[in-house]
Design a protein around this ligand. Structure first.
Ligand SMILES: Cc1ncc(COP(=O)(O)O)c(C=O)c1O
Length: 369
């Protein structure tokens, strides 16, 4: 079986370190907001070259807490993509704002050339989602945000380690939101997430919000405002610290795998491949590797019959979610087309060259049958 994500192997190589860490936590009984969380936050700041990081319990809460900082009113609009995990949209709705959708472009990310015409007097924020490990065009988004005085909250859940000219995903806007879910490039053994920012006010507020509004001063707790329980577990933070040590290698392996897929598949006219074009020389971390084909059913059938695990619909197209989206007049042609024709191929760091070749041969033979 060729697995989609090989978490078993990823965790096996560091299993002793993980078990020792769990033993240490049990021995010291340190579970909630202890040193491992603050060490994790410092490690992330160093890695992403940013001033503040706050560990949270999920990427969803990272989005919610970040959006809650924007002084939104009823009717406030947030410009985003229809092609994302549903959490991006639910976070916007849960803070009482209205998502305004801009279709995706060539690279499956928000088409920045279409944003300006959607800006109104109610627009408060642009929320780019860096899908599959490719950054959105942050230069253009930054220009628009400055011109119209908008906030930028980045959904970087799928793009840990991605860069534009050396600057990391999540560090362009006012706040960057990350997930540590097991399917993410940097992941833990359960749920987790964090925000990063250079804004001290946002960092301090989210730090207290995650812990019921509590500010700890020596032995005293001051409750500054009402908050939530959205703390990153101490054990998960410790595991993330172990995993961060290998992250550059794991990303490098994903990039090498993507290069092999491109080599073997790029001549096939009947499929479209993730990030074949990289005209701005973005550093893509390949959280997913996606191909698009009208022959999707045939390809999936062939791969599954040959024990290759592939996924579909990992990302939603919100305008096609009939229980969530009822405005039939809004059509997002590119995002909908992507949703219907996309196949997520295995891209995990432990794939072998011969496995990728095998997968590509199956794809090529199934579309030419
Ligand atoms: C683009 C995107 N945003 C937000 C999330 C939510 O992250 P989490 O599952 O950690 O809440 C995810 C992860 O599934 C995601 O892929």
């Amino acid at each position: 079986m060729i697995r989609y994500s090989n978490l078993y192997l990823e965790n096996k190589i560091i299993l002793n370190k993980i078990l020792n860490q769990v033993k240490k936590s049990i021995k010291t009984s340190k579970f909630i907001l202890k040193d491992d969380v603050s060490i994790f936050e410092k490690n992330i700041c160093k890695y992403l070259k940013i001033k503040y990081c706050v560990g949270l319990n999920s990427g969803t809460d990272a989005l919610l807490m970040s959006l809650s900082q924007l002084n939104l009113k009823k009717g406030s609009e947030i410009i985003t993509t229809p092609l994302t995990y549903v959490a991006t949209i639910s976070a916007i709705l849960h803070v009482g704002a209205k998502p305004v959708f801009v279709d995706v472009g060539e690279d499956f990310n928000i088409d920045v050339s279409q944003i300006e015409k959607k800006i109104t007097k109610n627009t408060k924020c642009i929320l780019p989602v860096h899908l599959f490990g490719r950054c959105c065009d942050m230069n253009k988004i930054d220009q628009l945000a400055k011109k119209y005085n908008l906030s930028v909250i980045e959904d970087s859940a799928q793009s840990f380690g991605s860069k534009i000219k050396g600057k990391f995903s999540g560090t362009f806007g006012d706040i960057g939101c990350f997930s540590l879910h097991p399917m993410k490039t940097l992941n833990v053994l359960g749920d987790g997430g964090f925000i990063v920012t250079n804004n001290k006010k946002y960092a301090n507020k989210i730090r207290t919000l995650r812990d019921h509004g509590r500010l700890k001063k020596k032995d005293k707790s001051l409750y500054l405002h009402y908050g939530f329980n959205s703390r990153l577990d101490n054990i998960q933070a410790a595991i993330a610290n172990i995993k961060l040590k290998n992250i550059n290698y794991l990303i490098k392996r994903r990039i090498e795998n993507a290069a092999l897929y491109k080599k073997f598949l790029s001549k096939e006219k009947k499929i479209k491949i993730s990030f074949l074009n990289n005209k701005f020389k973005y550093y893509d971390s390949y959280n997913s590797f996606v191909i698009l084909s009208k022959n999707k059913k045939k390809i999936i059938h062939k791969l599954k019959n040959n024990n290759v695990e592939v996924l579909q619909n990992l990302t939603q197209c919100i305008t096609l979610e009939k229980h969530l989206f009822s405005d039939k007049k809004i059509r997002m042609k590119n995002a909908e087309n992507f949703y219907k024709n996309s196949i997520y191929l295995p891209i995990n760091p432990f794939l072998k060259k011969k496995e990728i070749k095998f997968i590509c041969n199956l794809i090529i033979s199934s579309i030419n049958e």
